[in-house]
Ligand binder design. Structure first.
Ligand code: DGJ
Length: 692
């Protein structure tokens, strides 16, 4: 049983395999946090501290560790909920009502029911406990039965208390072509705010928090949470005056207002959260296993070929068929025709919204390409950007009011396009029908759904910042009911749409338009902290790289991309014989190892050398892989000692290095390790190992 209740003290203890989370209800009816950390079994040891005011300037609410602080009373700290009732009262005063426990197959759920003392507003705090994953999901449900509309101005899904100061906060910064740039910041007094205000998730910050006490990959306290939401989120981290660190996450209250009508309820996005006393590696494994088992579509992802970098907008049926034949020859399993196949789409300024096949590019229709791809035994995929319209498109001429706009203002274009107002039923229906027709008319296995600009000028509703993405989710969910075998890829100018909200609604995720194999080592490393490898699409592309202008040997490019779900984006028609042969070999190798890569545990291994080695281990069951990269060799420091992780001390393993095989015990490999020596620039190798 993962929910333990101490009735007399009203203490709730949530137990996972290694951890405990405890809170209780005090004599005032306040929901107060008690503990988050290593597992404690003795529920009777928890006591509710009696609160005494330190001074009139330090009111008890400021000191109290509240699970869900609401706006009102002598509270000046960050709150999770602020509403305005119909009579303009702007304070929530809740009473504890009762609790419920739901036992489900994979989790136990505790629900704490709170009710406003005057208005009929129910606040439900939900905690789903996934015992074997050491994870919990927290969210809130608001239910209005007051007879009048309640305006919700702020809703964060929960507050977490970490009983230390001087902690580190990790998230990402970045921009197009440079997503997932990890930063670590000391938490001190004052607030750290991360947020998105763009509607489309963005390349900047990502909706998660990692808070650690000087942790490493294998040691130290790590508290983490990932918000299941795309669109506008906000997160606040704060070290308080009272010796602890607080963190909250949820809907961004910037330009936000939700009108909760009487009879309606609203569920906040959940935060998947956990604690690891063994550093970042454990955190990643717990999240990845949970995502693979419960969120992502099952099955291995195919090796993809995408024609974007080869042809840009200059798509022709003849060339696409040639590319498909070559893609088949090197071993790809899925052929995706990217942007440029439809309407008058010859550049960024036209075509979006007019989803008919361009008859000059496809004189015999799209069917000719689809049949060719299918006859080769490949899956067929196609690019769309359904949320957008170009001003020159027929769709815009017919429905100028379908874009986000204010009647008295001109909407901005960005990348030459407007955003369609998906909160309008007719627009949502149009997009659903368009995609349903495409999927019904052609034998399509894969949709690449792109979104290349943020939202602006919205409409007059201030809840569009989450309703837009809800509409996207709805459309994809509906399409999947009718076309259950189709895989959906989320892309937003590269990696602008990855978060735990979209994970599972879509099946494949474009990590970044930056396909430079060296830059990708950093991007992929950071990505793997939170997101599962199956959700990390990585392509091999041509050199010099279009962004970095860097020239990297093809083997290194393959190895870098083989650490995710492999794709190829080169102009393969220009391949030399050697490049074709190497591609065949690498793709073949990837197919042999992809189950370990996509579904195994990843270990970001320590680089013990003064050379800049990048070392990653993947392990599933009795088999594993070690990727070693040396982007630039330095004089005199050429080898690195690789120490593996996650092995059994007393089991023997056989490692296949390029020039030799070695057999060693798990204990030896994890503690003593073995040496790998790469030389020159952009050197790389993949070492396979298995139980002897
Ligand atoms: C941005 C994406 O990230 C690219 O992969 C490509 O699909 C282009 N859009 C097409 O316009």
């Amino acid at each position: 049983m993962s929910v333990i209740i101490q009735e007399s003290q009203k203490v709730f203890l949530l137990q996972t395999k290694s951890n405990s989370y405890a809170f209780g209800i005090d004599d005032q009816g306040l929901v107060r946090h008690l503990y988050w950390g290593n597992r404690i079994d003795a529920v009777e040891d928890f006591e509710m501290p009696v609160l005494t005011e330190v001074s009139t300037n330090d009111p008890v609410f400021e000191i109290t560790r509240e699970e869900f602080p609401v706006y009102g009373s002598l509270r000046y700290k960050e709150h999770c909920l602020k509403v305005t009732f119909a009579d303009s009262t702007r304070e929530v005063v809740y009473d504890y009502v009762n609790y419920e426990v739901n036992k489900q197959e994979h989790y136990d759920e505790l629900i704490i029911n709170l009710k406003d003392r005057h208005y009929d507003l129910l606040i439900q705090l939900h905690y789903k406990v996934y015992e074997s994953y050491d994870l919990m999901e927290r969210f809130v449900v608001l239910q209005n039965s007051s007879g009048e509309t309640i305006e919700v101005e702020k809703l964060h899904s929960g507050q977490f208390h970490i009983p230390y100061t001087g902690m580190n906060f990790t998230n990402v910064h970045g921009h197009w072509g440079a997503e997932q740039q990890r930063f670590v910041q000391k938490i001190s007094y004052g607030k750290i705010v991360i947020e998105n205000r763009r509607g489309i998730s963005s390349h900047n910050h990502n909706p998660y928090f990692i808070i650690d006490r000087d942790a490493t990959e294998t040691s130290g306290d790590v508290y983490f949470g990932a918000l299941r939401m795309s669109g506008n989120f906000s997160g606040v981290v704060e070290q308080t005056q009272y010796g602890e660190t607080l963190v909250q996450m949820g809907l961004n209250s910037h330009d936000f207002k939700l009108d909760l009508k009487s009879g309606e309820s609203f569920t906040s996005p959940a935060i998947i959260c956990g604690y690891s006393s063994n550093g970042f590696g454990q955190m990643s494994h717990n999240l990845h296993s949970f995502a693979n088992d419960f969120i992502l579509r099952k099955g291995l992802r195919p090796v993809l070929y995408n024609s974007w970098e080869a042809t840009g907008f200059e798509v022709t049926c003849t060339e696409q068929m040639k590319l498909a034949r070559k893609a088949k020859e090197i071993g790809a399993e899925l052929f995706v025709v990217d942007d440029g196949w439809f309407a008058e789409r010859h550049g960024i300024d036209n075509g979006l919204g007019d989803w008919y096949v361009n008859e000059h590019k496809f004189p015999n229709g799209l069917e000719e390409l689809v049949s060719e791809v299918k006859s080769l035994g490949l899956m067929f995929g196609i690019w769309v950007e359904p949320e957008m319209v170009n001003p020159k498109a027929k769709l815009y001429a017919e429905h100028p009011d379908w874009i986000y706009h204010f009647d008295t203002r001109e909407s901005d274009t960005s990348r030459g396009q407007y955003v369609l107002d998906l909160t309008k039923d007719e627009v949502k229906q149009y997009i659903y029908n368009m995609l349903d027709n495409l999927l019904s008319d052609y034998d399509i296995d894969y949709i690449k759904w792109d979104a290349n600009r943020p939202i602006s000028q919205t409409n007059t509703q201030r809840d569009i910042w989450y309703r837009h993405i809800e509409a996207v989710y709805d459309i994809v969910k509906e399409l999947k009911k009718k076309h259950p075998n189709v895989l959906f890829e989320a892309c937003a100018s590269g990696g602008g749409r990855i978060d735990y909200g979209i994970l599972g609604i879509f099946d494949d995720f474009w990590t970044s338009d930056n396909t430079d194999a060296y830059d990708r080592l950093f991007i992929q490393d950071t990505y793997s902290y939170i997101y599962p490898i199956k959700a990390m699409r990585a392509w091999v592309t041509d050199c010099p790289n279009f962004l970095s202008n860097r020239i990297i040997p093809m083997k290194f490019r393959y190895h870098s991309a083989m650490m995710g779900t492999l794709g190829i984006g080169c102009n393969i028609l220009k391949f030399t014989e050697e490049e074709t042969a190497l591609s065949k070999e690498m793709i073949e190798q990837y197919k042999e190892i992809r189950e370990i890569v996509q579904e195994g545990d990843i270990y970001r291994l320590e680089n013990s050398s003064s050379n800049d080695y990048f070392i990653y281990e993947y392990k599933k069951g009795e088999e594993g892989l070690i990727f070693v990269f040396l982007p630039q060799g330095k004089i005199g420091h050429s080898s690195v000692t690789v120490r593996l992780r996650g092995l059994s001390e007393n089991t023997d393993y056989i490692l296949k290095l390029e020039d030799r095989e070695i057999k060693k015990s798990g204990g030896f490999l994890m503690n003593h390790g073995f040496d790998v020596c790469l030389t020159g620039d952009y050197a790389s190798t993949v070492i396979k190992f298995k139980n002897a």
